[in-house]
Write a protein that binds this ligand. Structure first.
Ligand SMILES: [Zn+2]
Length: 495
């Protein structure tokens, strides 16, 4: 039985620091939100259970954007080393515009070119979302309240040289220059001297320009949901056993991992893929506890960009025969859809000044979780949190910092709008400066290096023709100059 999900109410901008109800999921756990089989199947628009090479994948995405112009937008975030476009499909009732106050989320698959199942599942997921919009209550709610960006292949060059049926090995894992893309991101814990690859750079640019709230990346070769941190601080005496590397949001990461593993038909059992591989309790693991790695994508998403990303290993065989794809789709279908709603859990809101104007790049920290999230151009912020009582610390240059107590409940996100007051009228006041330094700038009083964070926050939306063929240009000033710059490497395809 599907739950009816009431769309979020628009936020009331000028209410200061209050928590209000924004609608309701329903009484069920998120893990049970989506559990239906899709019934209407448009025979002329379908995706077969077989592997699609780069051209075939692109053709499917074009066909989708042509058939569902009101629900999808297709854009490229850049090109691979061998000049294949890194196509992203947005699925949302607002595919071309960020919906202010509503989260953008993403899935990235095929980072290792020979781990091919996720790549195909992304196409089936796109098909499911667009064909079920307006039919399935949950999916309709999801697309009305979320923009879902799907990058089916981050490593199209590696995929092209990979071989169906190869369950193990490294052929096709790397990009065409021999780099492992999931070891190619900036690393908080250790120096990463690997030369940045075009695929990595494209993803870094992408996630710096859109404030993604939630993300999943798809791999193969195991069956587990692996959560940050993937890397661990250098220690003088390295243990021969891998140790967990626990982030300040460990409870949230474990929860997000459990949403996927328990919605998956098998992952939650935690069975190992082979005698040489470990099993995982509940089908989840801390990344570093499994094995530490430097330059991974999920730590980068979280530490630098305030995006909660989990790595999903979804097939024991990296590139299984195509006749197993339908089985993999059935194993993952509910999990893929359920996970997406988690972006709506926790606290969200706006940081504004006393005149109601949004404050961009305000620092938003949940006390005790020393990762700084930043507000967007529109003053928005999101923090995925489990039910409980929290304190929000908000600060911005030129404003008096503010602390707000708030409560998160299970049934719906807490809306919290924060007004910061300018320090300008106070004059050059030493007290104000001291206050601001409390909030995460510089070394803290334990001498611990603070986490870095995105130093800019720009919303990108696929710019170009809208559904009626007009050029979408409702932006001006800063946004339009940013958009035109970004468009130099973002290509849109229509129809
Ligand atoms: Zn992998």
């Amino acid at each position: 039985m599907l739950g009816i999900i009431v769309p979020l109410l628009m936020l009331v901008m000028k209410i200061e620091a209050i928590a209000v109800s924004s609608g309701s999921f329903n009484d069920d756990d998120t893990a049970r939100h989506y559990n239906s089989r899709y019934s209407i199947y448009d025979e002329s628009y379908k995706v077969d259970f077989r592997y699609h090479n780069h051209t075939e994948m692109h053709n499917f995405l074009r066909k989708t954007s042509s058939r569902y112009p009101n629900l999808t937008a297709l854009y490229s975030i850049g090109q691979s080393a061998q000049k294949r476009d890194l196509w992203v499909m947005v699925v949302s009732s607002s595919p071309y515009e960020h919906m202010i106050g509503k989260p953008d989320i993403k899935y990235v698959a095929n980072i290792h070119g020979n781990e091919a199942v996720g790549r195909e599942l992304m196409l089936h997921l796109i098909h499911l979302l667009v064909t079920q919009y307006g039919t399935d209550d949950y999916i309709t709610w999801l697309l009305d309240n979320t923009r879902i960006h799907i990058l089916p292949s981050m490593n199209p060059d590696g995929f092209e040289i990979s071989k169906e049926g190869n369950c193990e090995g490294g052929m096709g894992r790397y990009n065409s220059r021999g780099y492992d893309l999931n070891r190619n991101f900036p690393d908080y814990f250790k120096q990463n001297n690997k030369k940045v690859q075009p695929e990595t750079e494209a993803v870094k640019q992408w996630i710096s320009k859109i404030q993604f709230v939630l993300s999943g990346s798809f791999h193969g070769g195991a069956l587990v949901a692996s959560y940050p941190f993937d890397n661990t601080p250098n220690t003088l005496f390295q243990s021969y056993r891998s140790q967990p590397s626990i982030s300040p949001d460990n409870d949230v990461f474990e929860h997000l991992s459990m949403v996927y593993s328990t919605s998956h038909t098998k992952m939650h059992r935690g069975e190992s893929c082979s005698r040489t591989q470990p099993g995982f309790k509940n089908g989840i693991t801390n990344g570093a506890e499994w094995y530490p790695l430097t330059g991974g994508m999920q730590d980068f998403n979280y530490i630098w960009n305030g995006c909660m990303e989990i790595t999903f290993e979804i097939s024991c065989c990296k590139y299984p025969p195509a006749n197993e794809l339908e089985k993999f789709w059935e194993e993952n279908r509910v999990a893929l859809v359920n996970y997406l709603a988690e972006a709506h859990r926790g606290v969200q809101g706006f940081v504004i000044d006393e005149f109601g104007n949004p404050i961009e790049r305000a620092s938003v920290i949940v006390k005790g979780r020393d990762i700084k999230f930043s507000t967007t151009k529109y003053g928005e912020f999101w923090r995925i949190l489990l039910p409980g009582n929290y304190k929000l610390e908000v600060s911005a240059e030129g404003y008096s910092p503010s602390e707000i107590d708030f409560t998160v409940i299970k049934q719906h996100p807490t809306l919290l709008n924060v007004t910061l007051h300018s320090t300008k009228r106070v004059g050059e006041n030493g007290e104000q400066n001291q206050q601001q330094q409390q909030y995460g700038h510089g070394i803290n009083n334990q001498g611990v290096r603070p986490y870095p964070h995105r130093d800019y926050s720009i919303h990108y939306h696929p710019n170009g023709a809208t559904n009626n063929g007009q050029i979408s240009d409702n932006s001006n000033g800063i946004l339009s100059s940013i958009s035109s710059g970004f468009n130099s490497f973002v290509t849109n395809l229509f129809g």
